[in-house]
Design a protein around this ligand. Sequence first.
Ligand SMILES: *Cc1c(COP(=O)(O)O)cnc(C)c1O
Length: 228
Amino acid sequence: MPISENIGSIRQKISAACRRCGRNPEDITLIAATKTIEIERIRQVASLGITDLGENRAQELLQKYDGVEGVRWHFIGHLQKNKVKYVVGRAALIHSVDGFPLALEINRQAERNGMQQDVLIQVNIMDEKSKFGVSQNYVDELVQKCAELSNIKVLGLMSMPPLSNDNTFVTKVFQKSYEIFIDISLKKYHNVSMNILSMGMSGDFEQAIECGATHVRIGSAIFGGRKN
Ligand SMILES: *Cc1c(COP(=O)(O)O)cnc(C)c1O
């Protein structure tokens, strides 16, 4: 299917999911995940009204950043400390803060740039060894430690459930993520705003929205299958 039809169909599904749970589709941000996608097709989605793009690798972000106008970039992949300098200031939002050393480095680079970098804390709900993100027991502490850093601002959480065909299980992971998100937002920490819950990909974004996601990151349902 042409990309325009894919996007149309995703927007309809987002609206339907919102209707089922009494939410406003305008409160959902659709991020097109662009890893391995060439610049022409990224420009095409931007021309079709996609305003938010998500990249996984610092190198790819650098290559693509100047090639698309009028969009916000999100950094959604694992971020190594030595790559932080390429991402800070380019990514409007870094979704993948998974430890205090990384937060410190982001803070340091943001200070050098004279800016405040918006970030999310990535939570690894099931403590999967194969995934990055912090254990749910540590999220609150990490948020509080990040709150002390004046050149980063925590805006919410990112969560990625295990690959699974079991919808009930995936829903449970989303619900748990939402619970943690609400618990922390109720604490009203200084220099923290819990407004963004980034969860849901091509296979599960409708469920994620029904569980409270504000940002969904969608790759293959827009661009078709990837090689990797
Ligand atoms: C690739 C990727 C996505 C999009 O995955 P699809 O299943 O292709 O929609 C979302 N989030 C992250 C972190 C990714 O790496």
